[in-house]
Design a protein around this ligand. Structure first.
Ligand code: IVH
Length: 664
């Protein structure tokens, strides 16, 4: 492809992908398959890498993230970001309506869902996205442009080249929230309490790649200086949609208080089926011309209010506060409740998060408490019903581990307490469950319950004990439910797990911050235990996916004496401590950096890549001075041009096939 064609192709791809993003993320109506989308995006990434001068401001590749900041810049809001007054029942809503009717007589309302996330202000110049800022204290917020850019439904370019500032709500859909917390659980990190906290925590991440993976989303609901663009909120919402923003479609125009009340009751039904959290209905006078007359207080506009839904919250008794010791030693207080039915399931336990949470809400054992499900998922104690309190004692955080009685510490700047005893059996029990779990060593007959039983009996304390369990074969027969067959399958599964992949073993060890993906990366770079144990901080951090936190955690793990003892025991027991490496066959491709381009007739891309890797080549996606060879098929484009420009060796498919055939 010649230079002009490349620019054209980049423009075309940018347009096609932006349209696909809009169809998928804003309209919820995808028109092309995921594979076609991935193919287009891959092509664009490659072209932009090769020709960065043609990367456009609205390039969808910006959604992938990649900017790492050390802090956020402050942003002054030219027009302050106000909040809303609240009403909690029909009477308060009627009073709100009366107050407005005292000032104006003919008007309508627009009702919108109140999305439970965090407010953001988005600035566009000549139709191009330039800045996103959080609300902060209302007058000064933080510049979160790089993070907001990763939100797929955010238009980087509007359908009109106008200057405009709009505001909306960033939120985390239930699905993303669930996935994020599952991942955090796997990595031994504390969980986010609800989708709003998760969204707020994510938007303040300094690494936009992390943000990009967390799948935040955005609804836009307001135009700053709205009367310059429309005369009613209804038209403003229509205009926002037309510009390309994702606008929540559940808005309604309503006349009079009776219809308003009816509409709100309907919202309380539909909101339960939505895949994101809402905490009320925002009611706004529709006609902008009336806003001045109705006026503002120091904090809120008087022409709008938020009707807050009663989340399904249920009263029950807090029977006790117990403490759970996690795999990393983190101690989580847990509310033991008189069982109650909440949003369709029985709840007997709820998280109390940490010491600060309990103290802030002054939660005490024997209190009557209100419980709900955060994000419709996690049971949580929200508050104490104070008028039902009798003579309860204030909560005191434990200073000894509930399992090993060892020292408990709270690290500076953290809300969590940790048991610092490396041999704490509490930690070890969760460690054992983790080790044998499906994602780790996958010893499927050694489930949670059995580990608990065998741990309580003292047969399992540390990971290596699993492989000594066969010595207790006779004793196991005395346990209820342990027949010959069960013991045989259990011991067989344990023995077979010795052959399990090396990365699963590394994940199974429960090194802090080493999830299954990180374990795969580590074992790819350090294919034997010996190499991994001796990796230093610098080496580890030179791997793109490994940041300082993971690197430090890995080094610390292999410095710890009892961990080293464990590793040697596992080596002696015969566990696989090697990434299976295919033997490299010597060939003209060995140790070469190779790029594929164009349509191949005889092979799929994956087949060629696999073949080349078998012969010890590295296949990369873009051509640079480091490339040794470009293999090309029909309709080869910019990569072949660039290879020729850089005088890199090229080979057509026919020659490639002949060479390969000659090697077999
Ligand atoms: S309008 C003058 N509309 O609720 C304030 N706010 O308590 C104009 N929110 O800070 C806000 N959904 O973060 C508006 N459809 C919606 C909303 C909404 C959620 C949030 C927003 C605001 C807070 C007010």
């Amino acid at each position: 492809m010649i230079y002009v064609d490349i620019k054209k192709r980049i423009i075309e791809l940018t347009k096609q992908i932006n349209q696909a993003n809009y169809d998928y993320h804003t309209l919820d109506q995808p028109k092309i398959s995921d594979q076609s989308y991935d193919k287009l995006l891959k092509e664009l990434v490659e072209l932009e890498n090769a020709y960065p001068e043609y990367q456009f401001e609205d390039s969808p590749t910006q959604k992938i993230g990649g900017v790492i900041l050390s802090s956020f810049q402050k942003v002054k809001h030219q027009i302050p970001m106000m909040s809303l007054s609240n009403v909690f029942d029909e009477n308060e809503l009627r009073s709100f309506d009366e107050r407005i009717k005292k000032v104006v007589s003919t008007f309508s309302y627009i009702t919108e869902l109140k999305i439970d996330g965090l407010a953001v202000s988005l600035l566009y110049e000549k139709g191009l996205f330039v800045r996103a800022a959080t609300r902060g204290n209302g007058s000064i917020g933080e510049d979160v442009t790089h993070n907001v850019k990763t939100i797929k439904s955010l238009p980087l370019k509007l359908n009109e080249p106008i200057d405009i500032e709009v505001r909306g709500e960033i939120y985390m859909p239930h699905k993303s929230f669930k996935m994020l917390n599952e991942e955090r659980l796997n990595e031994g990190e504390t969980l986010f309490a609800n989708p709003r906290n998760a969204a707020a925590g994510t938007i303040r991440q300094l690494d936009s790649k992390v943000v990009s993976k967390r799948n935040l989303d955005l609804f836009v609901y307001t135009i700053v200086n709205q009367s310059n663009y429309a005369d009613t909120q209804e038209k403003a919402l229509e205009y926002l949609s037309k510009l390309g923003f994702k606008v929540n479609s559940n808005y309604q125009k309503v006349f009079g208080i009776e219809s308003l009340i009816e509409t709100i009751n309907q919202y309380d039904i539909i909101r339960k089926r939505l895949p994101y959290d809402t905490d009320g209905v925002v009611i706004k006078v529709n006609e902008f011309s009336l806003y001045e007359e109705i006026g503002f207080t120091a904090k809120f506009p008087k022409w709008a209010t938020a009707y807050k839904f009663q989340a399904e919250r249920v009263e029950t008794i807090l029977k006790d506060i117990t403490f759970q010791v996690g795999r990393t030693g983190v101690i989580t207080p847990v509310a033991e409740l008189e069982p109650v039915l909440i949003s369709g399931s029985m709840v007997a336990r709820a998280t109390l998060h940490n010491e600060d949470y309990i103290k802030h809400k002054d939660i005490r054992i024997h209190d009557t408490v209100l419980v709900h499900k955060a994000g419709e998922i996690i049971p949580e104690v929200i508050e104490v019903v104070l008028n039902k309190r009798t003579h309860q004692e204030p909560f005191v955080m434990i200073d000894k581990c509930p399992i090993c009685q060892g020292e408990v510490v709270r690290k500076e700047g953290e809300a969590d307490h940790y048991c610092v005893n490396p041999d704490c059996p509490g930690k070890s029990m969760y460690g054992l469950i983790h080790f044998s779990s499906r994602q780790a060593m996958d010893i499927d007959t050694l489930g949670e319950k059995i580990v608990e039983t065998l741990h309580d009996l003292g047969y399992l304390n540390k990971i290596s004990d699993i492989y000594h369990l066969k010595e207790y074969k006779e004793a196991l027969k005395d346990l209820p439910g342990f027949g010959d067959k069960k013991i045989y399958t259990l011991l067989k599964a344990i023995e077979e797990s010795k052959k399990q992949n090396f990365d699963r073993l590394i994940f199974g060890l429960g090194i802090k911050h080493v999830g299954s993906k990180v374990a795969k990366t580590l074992t790819k770079h350090y294919p034997t235990i010996d190499k991994l144990m001796h990796a230093n901080l610098e080496d580890l951090q030179s791997i793109p996916e490994i940041g300082p936190m993971i690197a430090q955690s890995v080094v610390a793990y292999f410095k710890n004496e009892s961990n080293l003892v464990l590793i040697h025991e596992l080596i002696n027991l015969g566990l696989n401590m090697n990434s299976e490496q295919e033997e490299v066959i010597d060939s003209p491709f060995t140790n070469k950096i190779i790029v594929l381009t164009g349509k191949l007739e005889h092979f799929s891309r994956d087949e060629v890549t696999e073949l080349l890797e078998k012969y010890g080549a590295k296949v990369t996606s873009s051509v640079s001075s480091k490339t040794d060879l470009v293999i090309y098929g029909e309709e080869a484009g910019s990569k072949l041009t660039k290879a020729n420009e850089l005088k890199i060796k090229v080979m057509d498919e026919k020659a490639f096939k002949e060479t390969i055939d000659g090697l077999h």
